[in-house]
Design a protein around this ligand. Structure first.
Ligand SMILES: *Cc1c(COP(=O)(O)O)cnc(C)c1O
Length: 476
């Protein structure tokens, strides 16, 4: 297919009207997807990988449709982005209306309503009823960078404390903030200075330290190695995303946040992955009853359009001088229109409750599987953000190879599933909140079939049938 050719007229429209079914009609990747990926290899920088080798033509509800006509169950949401559903009708309508009115002014040149309305919504929805201010950016990494800038300006201090297994992005500062070397950092140094890493609370792997004990361990390290008086910010994901959905033991976040407050340190919750209903609360900080000084958001906020935010205490946020924050595209009007439609859906379509229901379905399925399969070392997470950690049952060592094989099985059988974790042995589930129960259960059972198919005593694999994989369309 040449780039001048018109898009295929048979491409279905996205959104919830797309048949909500798993449909495997070719090998995956099929011929058209393979053709596209060959062009990708020739045209796109090798460093930009593609995890699931398909060429997407439409997506909506709980499915992604490829160029070969396969319909895959989406258990990834483009990494927790399309929480309201891909091509959500209200997002599409808002974007369409905005793109016809104006596409860009640069907010720092001339202001517009959408940016301010998103800031008002974030000030209202993020934890705490104190006075807040918001600044908008394009990506999660950019929000985190700006949160650090603001915390440094506010405190007049430089050190930033981050945690083992943390992920905060791929720009220079956020690479330094991110824990994992491969693939995020390897060879890309030197990294930004004044970043200090301390131990996380990781109940499955830290010998059962309680939350307060794990916090005391981290705080001792900060006090001895950095000094509270040098510390501008503690930056933490309330539930770690790329790190493998590590849920800290109860009381860990609260103890850290209390220590930060007592020592004039800005407590920044990176809710880029956990924000906007994902965990069964509007923000994951709420589960632990903490009120961060600053919250960073992005992924789920704008229904798939690039938008991120830093929201925090008015006195902290306003410490940056006029002109010190901004960027050409930050708070783009189209992205803001999308966010306002998505936020309306989060608030009024019961998506917080829906995320909690999804959590119950996923946890039940994984706990049941864990009871008969000792390779499932841990099942954890909250709401529509649940993971399982695969290990060697005799040694307890992480089994990244098995995790990769299960993901490949899932792809071949029409299910998009993602990995995570420092050791690459975490299978994570981030379905769109718009997915229906039947599709969700089917997707999970395929992933668990993949695990069973790679059991040491499993019978040899049968080829994927392209007929039996078609399920009845479920009315949405
Ligand atoms: C994805 C992510 C980021 C980076 O967001 P980008 O939009 O990819 O720059 C930062 N923090 C967390 C917790 C994330 O999950």
């Amino acid at each position: 297919m040449s780039s001048t050719e018109a898009p295929s007229v048979s491409a279905p429209h996205g959104g919830p009207t797309l048949p909500q079914e798993r449909r495997v009609v070719t090998a995956i990747p099929g011929p058209r997807s393979q053709e596209l990926l060959a062009r990708k290899s020739a045209a796109v920088a090798a460093g930009v990988g593609v995890a699931v080798p398909i060429a997407v033509v439409a997506a909506g509800g709980g499915v992604v449709v490829d160029a070969d006509g396969n319909s895959l169950i989406d258990l990834g949401s483009g990494i927790a982005v399309t929480s309201v559903g891909n091509a959500h009708p209200a997002v599409v309508a808002a974007v369409t209306q905005q793109v016809q009115a104006f596409t860009h002014t640069c907010f720092t040149i001339t202001a517009y309503d959408g940016y301010i309305a998103v800031a008002e919504a974030l000030n209202r929805l993020t934890p705490g009823d104190h006075e807040k201010r918001t600044a908008l950016f394009n990506s999660g990494a950019e929000a985190v960078e700006n949160a650090v800038k603001i915390a440094r300006k506010h405190t007049g201090r430089q050190a930033v404390v981050v945690f083992d297994h943390a992920y905060h992005g791929r720009t220079n500062l956020t690479m330094a903030l991110t824990a994992k070397n491969q693939p995020y950092k390897n060879g890309f140094g030197p990294f930004a200075p004044e970043v200090y890493r301390v131990p996380m609370s990781y109940p499955f792997r830290d010998g059962g330290l309680s939350g307060p004990e794990a916090a005391a361990r981290a705080i001792l390290q900060i006090e001895k190695q950095v000094g509270a008086e040098n510390t501008a910010a503690i930056l933490i994901e309330p539930i770690q995303g790329e790190g493998g959905f590590v849920v800290p033991a109860p009381g860990f976040l609260r103890a850290l946040s209390e220590w930060a407050t007592a020592n004039g340190v800005v407590f920044i919750a990176d809710e880029v992955q956990t924000g906007f209903a994902r965990t069964g609360a509007m923000f994951a900080s709420e589960h632990e009853g903490i009120v961060p000084d600053i919250v960073t958001t992005a992924k789920g906020m704008a229904g798939g359009l690039p938008l991120s935010a830093v929201t925090g205490r008015a006195d902290v946020m306003d410490s940056a001088h006029v002109g010190g924050l901004g960027g050409t595209y930050g708070g783009n009007p189209i992205a803001c229109a999308a966010a306002l439609a998505a936020i309306d859906a989060f608030e009024h379509d019961g998506l917080v409750e829906r995320a909690a229901e999804i959590g119950t379905i996923v946890l039940d399925a994984l706990h049941e599987a864990q009871a008969r399969d000792p390779r499932i070392g841990d099942v954890r997470g909250r709401g529509a953000m649940i993971a399982m950690e695969l290990v060697d049952p005799t040694t307890g060592e992480p089994d990244a190879a098995l995790t990769g094989r299960v993901v490949r099985y899932a792809t071949e059988h029409g299910v998009i599933a993602l990995t995570a974790g420092t050791y690459g042995n975490v299978l994570r589930f981030l379905p769109p909140l718009a997915i229906d129960d039947d599709l969700l259960r089917e997707g999970l059972s395929i992933v668990l079939d993949g695990l069973a198919a790679h059991a040491p005593d499993a019978p040899p694999a049968e080829p994927v049938s392209t007929q039996s994989a078609t399920t009845a369309a479920v009315a949405s």
